[in-house]
Design a protein around this ligand. Structure first.
Ligand code: C2E
Ligand code: MG
Ligand code: MG
Length: 420
């Protein structure tokens, strides 16, 4: 690229692992457009890092060896600081007419004969870098209108850059928050009974996480956040470790149901977590909030866990991605009917028909059914009539702390009827 002095290698150093903007089509198109509009050889978008300038996006056909993303140059050697300070104009049709340009060795080394450069500013007004075009030939015809075009495209690119900066800030904030939660285990686990509806006794408890951070956010949002910063499995496993402690405190006939995403199951890390506990008292609820990437590793890990005695439940059946195809492939021990299906099932013929179909389907594949989100007697009765013996919902018991879960068994006579 034209910003090359006698020894380009000394001037331009590739920075390993710098985040680049090269993949951003909008910036690249903007650079290509202004470069060809101005009839120049090189266009780039730079970022200031300390006392250096780093190329973040480049359009320089034929000059790729020296003008490339990640190349860096000392700010003292280039025009940028002078332009920002007003010592050089943004539009320089002929560097020969600018005494300061003549004093900068780079001008003759490349050579730079014409130069158009405008700052890219962050949202707080500080300079992020420059949007720059240069040529080995003087361009006396360049006008203020060309500079206006350059500014327009620089503004467009600044929007992209600032979007990236905002994304980065969000990412860092999220990662910091999730790491802090992991470190201090800043959450509680609550337990919601899964009831034998006829006997009105718990058969098991679903462990649900409550993050303590204020203002309160539903747990699935925290797990989604953790996934965006690559910490989903860490957070889910941390919660499961905590949740399973209840097995020590609940009667041996009672199971604990824990939630995990397909990605966490596929990671192969659950085997280690479960090995400390009686597998037959663990139900693993797999919820999908996005398409499963790799069924092979998910199925193979599930096989291993189930071989040891862990039971598999498909969570939220009838909603989102937990469709029939997913259920067929995973062949679960338990199907949990989502609240969207059970809500007002007593008043809605369509929901009732779908519920009945899923019950028949479950019988065929030898799976048990748990109805989730039961809020009324009517819903419970309807599901019971459809052949769903197990139910969970506010009507039967809200998620509560472990002491409350244990209190279900204070009356020992009541627990005698419980089976696993
Ligand atoms: P889920 O696993 O399907 O859990 C059932 C959700 O329904 C829970 O919401 C529960 O509090 C709520 N619920 C129970 N009964 C009723 C009812 O009668 N009516 C209504 N409207 N809601 C009821 P919660 O605890 O807010 O959790 C939401 C989702 O967050 C969970 O859905 C699960 O996908 C995820 N989640 C919660 N805890 C964990 C966890 O420890 N690990 C993982 N991986 N995911 C979790
Ligand atoms: Mg669940
Ligand atoms: Mg559910």
């Amino acid at each position: 690229m034209p910003h090359t002095v006698a020894d380009p290698a000394a001037m331009l150093t590739a920075i390993a692992n710098v985040p680049t903007l090269s993949g951003d089509d909008t910036i690249h198109s903007a650079l290509e457009f202004v470069r060809s509009h101005l009839g120049m050889e090189v266009a780039y978008l730079s970022e200031f890092i300390g006392d250096d300038l780093v190329f973040r996006a480049v359009s320089a056909p034929g000059f790729e060896d020296t003008a490339y993303v990640g190349a860096t140059m000392p700010l003292d050697d280039v025009y940028c600081r002078h332009i920002l300070a007003g010592r050089l104009p943004e539009l320089i049709p002929d560097t020969a007419n600018e005494p300061l340009c003549r004093d900068i060795p780079l001008t003759s080394a490349i050579p730079i004969k014409s130069h158009v450069s405008v700052p890219i500013r962050r949202r707080d007004g500080s300079a992020y870098g420059m949007f720059c075009c240069l040529s080995r030939t003087a361009k006396p015809d360049l006008t203020q209108r060309d500079l206006a075009v350059m500014r327009a495209f620089a503004g467009l690119s600044a929007e992209q850059v600032n979007g990236r900066i905002a994304e980065r800030v969000t990412y860092d904030t999220t990662a910091t928050a999730i790491k802090a939660i992991l470190q201090s285990r800043d959450f509680d686990v609550v337990y919601q009974p899964i009831m034998d509806a006829a006997a009105r006794r718990p058969k098991g408890f679903e462990a649900l996480c409550r993050f303590r951070a204020q203002p309160y956010r539903p747990p699935n949002l925290w797990f989604d956040d953790a996934a965006t910063v690559g910490l989903q499995a860490d957070l889910e496993i941390c919660v499961i470790e905590q949740a399973l402690i209840a097995l020590n405190q609940l009667p041996p006939s009672i199971y604990v149901s824990v939630n995990a995403s397909p990605a966490t199951v596929a990671s192969g890390r659950l085997g280690d977590v479960f090995k400390h506990w009686p597998a037959e008292r663990i139900v693993l609820e797999v919820t999908e909030h996005s398409m499963v990437d790799c069924y092979d590793s998910l199925l193979s890990e599930l096989d291993t866990l189930r071989f040891r005695g862990v039971r598999l439940a498909i969570d939220d059946a009838g909603a989102g991605y937990s469709g029939l195809q997913h259920i067929v492939r995973l062949h679960p021990d338990i199907i949990k009917l989502d609240i969207s299906l059970t809500n007002r099932i007593d008043e809605d013929i369509v929901r009732r028909s779908l519920g009945a179909a899923l019950v028949r389907f479950a019988v065929e594949i030898n799976a048990a059914i748990v109805a989730e989100g039961i809020e009324t007697e009517g819903e419970l009765t309807t599901l019971h009539d459809l052949g769903v013996p197990l139910a969970q919902g506010y009507f039967l018991g809200k998620p509560a702390d472990l002491a409350t879960a244990k209190a279900w068994f204070d009356d020992t006579a009541a627990t005698e009827g419980c089976t696993g």
